[in-house]
Design a protein around this ligand. Structure first.
Ligand code: SF4
Length: 235
């Protein structure tokens, strides 16, 4: 059963769909309500903001890796190679060994050492504060670059991973097939003031509540205003 107060028999508007989309005030109020409710369950601040070099390298290591494994690999790597200069001249086999817990270590070691070399040679050992320049670095896609903007530079951006993509679609905020489309559509839909927090909120909400398989709709705080939840609970 949905949480108390969420009466499914009530006729509900399905936010983000139909007329709601054309009414900016109603849409903004609805987004604010969704964010407020998620923040109650998932208070943001667990994902730490760090210096851009560490965010960039850790995010490359995190590709297709579990958070705990990425954390181990990152720590082992930074204990030895804590700067772009050190990593750029690091021994490839040693780098592979240090990052092995994160998986795909041969390709990742090659990429992160190349990235470090480019940072040293072309950017004065700094990470460029620019998405287009970052995506030219080996192993860096839009999600990684957006993570660096948010968690490294504290700049509003929308890193879209599978959680952000899935939940935005379930909530009816976007109707997209690919994460890249989701980023573009979310940037239009979501007021900029929410961009900094949205990745952490939806990633953690996706791990704990709106899971890929078996979302916990009956217990979800959004089950009276989420079109997918409403549909699932009506069945
Ligand atoms: S109601 Fe269900 S589908 Fe909607 S956000 Fe909650 S868990 Fe996800």
């Amino acid at each position: 059963m949905p949480k108390s107060g969420n009466t499914l028999k009530q006729k509900r508007k399905v936010p983000g769909k139909g007329p709601m989309k054309s009414n900016v005030n109603e849409r903004d109020e609805y987004i604010e309500e969704v964010i407020k409710r998620i923040k109650k369950v998932i208070p943001p601040g667990k994902f730490k903001h760090r210096d851009p070099y560490h965010v960039l390298i850790s995010t490359i290591l995190s590709q297709r890796s579990k958070d705990e494994k990425t954390a181990i690999a990152s720590k082992q790597l930074f204990d030895v190679y804590d700067t772009p200069e050190a990593l750029a001249t690091g021994d490839l086999k040693k780098i592979q060994k240090l990052i092995a817990p994160a998986g795909l270590y041969e390709a990742k070691a090659k990429n992160i050492r190349k990235v470090a070399k480019i940072l040293v040679e072309e950017y004065n050992s700094k990470v460029p504060r620019d998405l287009d320049e970052m995506v030219n670095l080996p192993g860096v896609g839009r999600k990684t670059a957006n993570c660096v903007l948010v968690y490294g530079f504290n700049e509003p951006a929308i890193p879209v991973d599978t959680h952000v993509h899935r939940i935005s679609n379930r909530l009816g905020w976007v109707k997209t097939k690919m994460p890249e489309q989701t980023e573009t559509e979310l940037a239009k839909f979501l007021p900029r003031k929410y961009w900094i927090d949205i990745n952490e909120l939806l990633v953690r909400f996706g791990q704990e509540v709106c899971r890929p398989v078996g979302p916990r709709c009956p217990a979800c705080t959004l089950n009276d205003i989420c079109p997918t939840g409403i549909e699932r609970l009506m069945k």
